[in-house]
Design a protein. Structure first.
Length: 231
């Protein structure tokens, strides 16, 4: 390696360490301020970032906000994380989902109530309504079955579809009885084809029927394993 290359790498690493040190210091300073004022400014920053035409800069700001919100207490912080979960930026959504799962490890009740509020306050078509069922799947020590159930009766068919898919991933045959009333639901939804990545249109009822079939297979496997003689 050329000496100049080594010097450049060392300088870059030093700059990164200094930036991280400064970030931690500034974060602690911010979080010592009154939480209400901090949350209000974070909400403003979120709204400003959401309006930016520069998608990379918007994602940078939103991901930064998710990290800061991890240590901010109260329902407002949970609501803002869920709002970020509905942003167009995949990076920001992933960051918000990870932080929500992390927060739930210490403050499950707050996250559960935040999800309940989201079901009532978020508008039809919000991406967050489709992301939340999969966040719920990642919550340790959560009553996943019960937390997913309200999504099945939501007015947004895409949220219903997300919950159906989450129940299939959860693989509890008890969800079959929840799927059965949805078989007659003719509302159109967009489902991604796993083989091509393209979106295809189908009905909620068709997805529910597919889910029932998948869960019955799980039920059959579980029954076979239960009846198999011990080795």
């Amino acid at each position: 390696m050329a000496n100049t290359d080594r010097v450049d790498i060392e300088r870059t690493l030093t700059a990164i360490f200094e930036a991280e040190r400064n970030l931690r210091h500034q974060s602690q300073t911010l979080l010592r301020a009154p939480h209400g004022a901090v949350l209000g400014q974070m909400r403003t920053a979120y709204e400003q970032a959401s309006r930016l035409e520069d998608e990379e800069e918007a994602a940078l700001r939103l991901v930064c906000l998710t990290r800061l919100l991890r240590t901010l207490p109260g329902p407002g912080a949970i609501d803002l994380l869920i709002d970020i979960l509905g942003n167009d930026s995949e990076e920001a959504r992933q960051g918000a989902g990870i932080v929500l799962e992390d927060v739930a490890s210490d403050r499950m009740g707050e996250v559960r109530k935040g999800i309940e509020r989201a079901l009532k306050r978020l508008p039809k078509g919000s991406v967050a309504l489709c992301e939340l069922p999969f966040v719920i799947l990642g919550l340790s020590d959560a009553d996943v079955f019960a937390m997913l159930r309200p999504f099945l009766s939501h007015e947004d068919p895409e949220a219903v579809a997300a919950a159906i898919e989450a129940y299939v991933e959860y693989a509890d045959p008890a969800a079959i009885e929840l799927m059965e009333p949805l078989v007659a639901d003719a509302r159109p939804i967009q489902i991604e084809d796993e083989s091509t990545g393209d979106a295809e249109e189908m009905k909620v009822g068709d997805l529910a029927a597919d889910a029932i079939e998948a869960l019955r297979e799980v039920e059959s496997i579980m029954a076979s394993e239960a009846s198999a003689p011990a080795s």
